[in-house]
Design a protein around this ligand. Structure first.
Ligand SMILES: [Zn+2]
Ligand SMILES: [Zn+2]
Length: 179
C-alpha cells in the first residue's frame, strides 16, 4: 500500500467518477454524512463509500477524514489490530472498481452482485479507489469485535434506517482507503 501524504495544493488524481456521486441527491456529495460539514472545506479529504447489490445502491455515505478517524478511533484496540492483520494478509495493491482489493474476484465474479466501492477524495478529485466484494466485507466484519460493530451499527441506523441489520458498511479500513 502507498501512504502518500495529503497534498492540498497539487491537483492530483482524477475527477470523482459519477458512480461515486450521491445517488439520492443526484450530484456529487456535498457534505459529510456524519457531521454535515461541507466536504470541500476538508483539506485532509474525505472518503465516499457506496454499497451495491444487483445494480442498486443499498447505502452510500461520505465521511470527512476527522469523522472517519473518529469512527475508527471508537474501534477497540483488538479490532484495530485484527483489521490491520486482515489487511496485511489480503490487500492486493490494486485500485479501481474492476476487481476486489482483498481477493482475486473480478467485479463480474462477485457473489450476488454485491460489493462496496470506496474512493479517497479531496475537493473534486479522487486519489485512490477500491472495490471490496461481499465475501471480503463479511470476512472483515467477522474480524471486528462486538463493540466495534455496534459503533457502525449505530451510524447505519441513524443514517440509513431502511438498511437491513445484517448489512455491514465498509468498515474501518486502514490500508487502501486512508490517505
Ligand atoms: Zn464529518
Ligand atoms: Zn473479495
Amino acid at each position: 500500500m502507498s501512504e502518500s501524504p495529503a497534498q492540498p495544493d497539487k491537483p492530483e488524481g482524477e475527477p470523482i467518477p459519477s458512480i461515486l456521486h450521491s445517488f439520492y441527491e443526484e450530484r456529487p456529495f456535498q457534505s459529510c454524512t456524519r457531521c454535515g460539514e461541507s466536504l470541500i472545506h476538508f483539506a485532509e479529504g474525505f472518503r465516499i463509500s457506496k454499497n451495491f447489490k444487483k445494480g442498486e445502491v443499498l447505502m452510500e455515505y461520505a465521511l470527512c477524514l476527522p469523522c472517519l478517524d473518529a469512527m475508527l478511533d471508537e474501534a477497540s484496540e483488538e479490532s484495530k489490530q485484527r483489521l490491520a492483520e486482515f489487511h496485511e494478509e489480503r490487500y492486493r495493491d490494486v485500485s479501481g472498481f474492476e476487481e476486489c482489493a482483498l481477493c482475486d474476484r473480478t467485479r463480474d465474479q462477485v457473489r450476488g452482485e454485491e460489493f462496496s466501492l470506496a474512493g479517497v477524495c479531496q475537493g473534486d478529485r479522487m486519489h485512490d479507489s477500491a472495490l471490496v466484494c461481499i465475501d471480503c466485507m463479511e470476512a472483515m466484519a467477522e474480524t471486528m469485535s462486538e463493540e466495534t460493530r455496534r459503533t457502525w451499527d449505530k451510524f447505519r441506523e441513524e443514517n440509513f434506517p431502511g438498511v437491513p441489520s445484517d448489512f455491514e458498511p465498509f468498515p474501518s479500513n486502514p490500508a487502501p482507503l486512508s490517505i
